[in-house]
Design a protein around this ligand. Structure first.
Ligand code: TYD
Ligand code: MG
Length: 450
């Protein structure tokens, strides 16, 4: 008789245990263990191993020229220059963020055969969406199917260049006992799709859901198996969407793609700077424009600060799009080094457009926005501020200064406040007036107007 055992697997890090545990010893998450049935292994000694043959590094050849360009520039850039044949990509995102829309639009532009396997919507529903998006393609095949073996058979028969699985959580292998979405199913289906992908040299794109905690539903193991993980992010309250690579074996993880969700589908935003600073009101205090680097691309952003008196014991600090702890440090520096009284004030900080920035170069503009609102003085609307702030109130140098200056000039700014240490290394020869600053005090003198 076949004996079937079960193990317990942590749903956030895939740590295995023979008994149920309340807390995962590997990742520390609580109540994350789920029971999974284990298929019995072949008895010892019955499996024959063939000798593996290594190849000399210098004898291995590869070609980087055959990437599939989707024609959606923002997606191609995040992928590192299009889809790499033989690779498997996981696209994650909140439900309703626009994953299916993005991929349907991109897939319909490909001039190579695409097999779009949907386990979530019927072929009619997809056709309805395609009509709404105004896309039509000779090369796009739709398959409403969730069973892995049937999908692999269709792949074998139609030999597509790109296979889209929407979504991996609805796909299941009927040879396994577990229900769709179970960890064993996810792992098995992904591994078998991976084998087929590598063997036949097509590209597979898996669409995955995100859990409440913000991780791709199912364990981290999915992220380990695949070559590339891209996330589609955005705020349901606004129409901008950002595509970001979290892991990429074939490109950088710094690039972002910006889209806008319209009634007619996703529009690529090729000029994000104009979009993010487009609604700025220049005549109020507490608003400043800065330039951040997202991968190789400079993007202008508006930072807003609001300071109000606090009538309670502990003042509120709210930060939107910027690290909360970093904000606390900058407030302490402003108080101690510049004598600005902030310890009993509520401070609100916002980076507009729902963008998150994690870069030291926006320390100085954050300080300027807060000081400007506290002192009720406007910031010169023709100036861009960039710089890292140290604990001594000193302004430290930043990277990619030339690219940032070019972007500032392109958008029409005339002055820029940068760390004085950067001034020496600039090769930029444009029309911007460059003001080098050593400390916060200097910077505020240059940017604050009445
Ligand atoms: P969808 O691609 O189905 O999201 P996901 O696959 O990530 O779950 O997108 C669904 C949302 O997008 C839905 O709330 C409606 C909106 N949408 C538009 O605003 N315009 C459009 O043209 C389309 C197709 C969808
Ligand atoms: Mg979908």
């Amino acid at each position: 008789m076949k004996s079937q055992k079960s193990v317990f697997i942590c749903s956030s890090c895939a740590h295995e245990s023979l008994k149920w545990l309340g807390k995962c010893p590997q990742c520390g998450s609580w109540n994350s263990f789920v029971e999974e049935k284990v298929e019995p292994k072949a008895p010892k000694g019955t499996v024959q191993y063939k000798g593996a043959r290594p190849t000399k590094l210098k004898d291995i050849t590869y070609s980087n020229t055959h990437r599939l360009l989707t024609g959606t520039g923002e997606l191609d850039r995040v992928l590192g220059g299009g889809f790499m044949p033989g690779s498997i990509i996981l696209l994650g995102g909140d439900p309703g963020i626009g994953k299916s829309t993005l991929i349907l639009q991109a897939a319909s532009k490909l001039l190579l055969p695409v097999l779009y396997v949907s386990g979530e919507e019927s072929a009619q529903q997809i056709k309805l969406r395609a009509d709404r998006l105004g896309v039509d393609s000779e090369h796009l095949l739709l398959l409403a199917e969730t069973e892995l073996n049937a999908i692999l058979q269709a792949i074998d028969e139609y030999k597509p260049s790109l296979v889209v699985i929407d979504s991996i959580q609805t796909t299941f292998d009927s040879n396994l006992d577990n229900s769709p979405g179970a960890i064993t199913q996810l792992r098995e289906c992904t591994s078998r799709l991976m084998d087929a992908t590598k063997k036949n040299g097509f590209t597979t794109l898996l669409i995955g859901h995100i859990t409440k905690e913000g991780t791709i539903a199912g364990p981290k193991i999915l992220e380990h198996i695949v070559d590339t993980v891209i996330m589609f992010e955005g705020d349901s309250s606004n129409s901008y969407r950002i595509l970001r690579a979290q892991k990429n074996r074939f490109g950088s993880t710094n690039e972002i793609g910006v889209f806008e969700m319209l009634d007619t589908g996703l529009r690529e935003v090729q000029n994000p700077s104009e979009l993010f600073i487009g609604e700025r009101t220049a005549n109020v205090s507490g608003s400043v424009i800065t330039c951040t680097m997202e991968g190789t691309r400079p993007i202008l952003l508006e930072i807003q600060g609001l300071v109000t008196p606090s009538h309670f014991g502990s003042p509120q600090r709210v930060s939107n799009g910027f690290d909360y702890r970093r904000l606390s440090i900058l407030l302490a520096v402003l108080e101690k080094r510049n004598g600005l009284r902030l310890s009993n004030a509520n401070v609100f900080l916002n980076i507009t457009g729902g963008v998150r920035v994690d870069e030291p170069a926006i320390d100085l503009p954050v300080c300027c926005a807060i000081a400007s609102n506290l002192l009720e003085k406007r910031i010169d609307p023709s100036v861009i501020v960039i710089g890292e702030t140290g604990l001594g109130g000193e302004i430290r140098s930043i990277s990619n200064i030339d690219k940032r200056l070019q972007e500032a000039e392109r958008i029409g700014f005339t002055k820029v406040v940068i760390p004085s240490r950067n001034v020496r290394s600039i090769t930029y020869k444009g029309k911007l007036k460059i003001l080098g600053v050593d400390n916060l005090q200097d910077a505020l003198k240059h940017v604050l107007i009445q």
